[in-house]
Design a protein around this ligand. Structure first.
Ligand code: ADP
Length: 257
């Protein structure tokens, strides 16, 4: 059997500052298999971004461990709320930023970037500056910039939250479909429960801070093969939403604590 891409084992993490200690992650354990799309939801301020930073290796767990599949060299890609495209560079120069910085810019990388720009409908905008593109197009360019580095694991921290509602619906569906087709393993942090249901294979619900895993909810939607947007019309969607909403709102009201 194939090893999970990533295993979190009993991970704890606290922030320390002059005011004292803030425990953010409390014995978090889960694993993600290759090709899975996991969404992580939880009350605001519970520790979602902290968990993603620990997975990315930007923060070191105080105890416990994060194990990446050691049989492969796992490259991790990160996509954030803001696209962080560089305004003075063209889209083409932006998507090649990673290989340029890491000294891995080859003709093959350029061909991959060209292919991705074609696939994601941005090729004819490659010479434009980010400011000339819509919010959705910029987010797609940011995804291409990440994909050019050929990550095996994609970490998405509220990547659609800077977009207006309608754009967000379209772009999240669009990007969700791209990620699925590419077979990349993805972990998405979101506060949008519908987004989590429409995109993920499995949803981890966190408690309020310090975040512990409250519940794991598998998602299987009848219309998921069409697109994440279509999946929102699946008959199971509302029941899942109600279940998730209850889990999260109980955390706010303090029930079951
Ligand atoms: P979420 O992503 O779920 O909104 P975060 O992971 O950003 O939550 O933060 C979890 C908790 O840790 C919050 O209560 C936040 O105030 C606290 N926190 C985050 N970053 C720091 C920091 N650098 N120093 C101290 N506390 C922090």
């Amino acid at each position: 059997m194939e090893q999970p891409i990533i295993s979190c084992r009993d991970v704890c993490f606290s922030y320390h500052n002059l005011k004292g200690e803030t425990l953010a992650l409390d014995h978090i354990s889960f694993q993600v298999d290759k090709g899975e799309f996991i969404a992580i939801v939880g009350p605001s301020g519970c520790g979602k971004s902290t968990l993603l930073s620990v997975i990315a290796g930007l923060l070191t767990p105080e105890s416990g461990e994060v194990i990446l599949d050691q049989t492969k060299e796992i490259r991790v890609g990160y996509m954030l709320q803001q696209d962080h495209l560089l305004e003075w560079r063209s889209i083409w120069k932006n998507v090649l930023l990673g290989p340029e910085i890491t000294g891995t810019l080859t003709r093959e990388k350029e061909q991959l970037a060209e292919q991705l720009l074609h696939d994601y409908g941005l090729y004819k905008f490659k010479d434009k500056k980010p400011g000339e593109l819509s919010g959705g197009m910029k987010q797609r360019a940011a995804l291409i910039r990440t994909m050019v580095m050929e990550p095996a694991l994609l970490l998405l921290d509220e990547p659609f939250s800077a977009l207006d509602y309608q754009t967000r619906l379209m772009v999240s569906s669009d990007i969700g479909s791209i990620i699925r087709k590419s077979g990349i393993t993805a972990i998405l942090i979101t506060h949008d429960l519908s987004e989590a249901i429409s995109l993920a294979d499995r949803i981890l619900v966190l408690t309020k801070r310090p975040a512990a895993i409250k519940r794991t909810i598998p998602v299987k939607l009848t219309l998921a093969e069409q697109s994440p947007l279509a999946a929102r019309n699946a008959p199971e969607f509302n029941d899942l939403f109600t279940l998730l909403w209850k889990e999260i709102s109980d955390e706010y009201t303090g029930e079951n604590n």
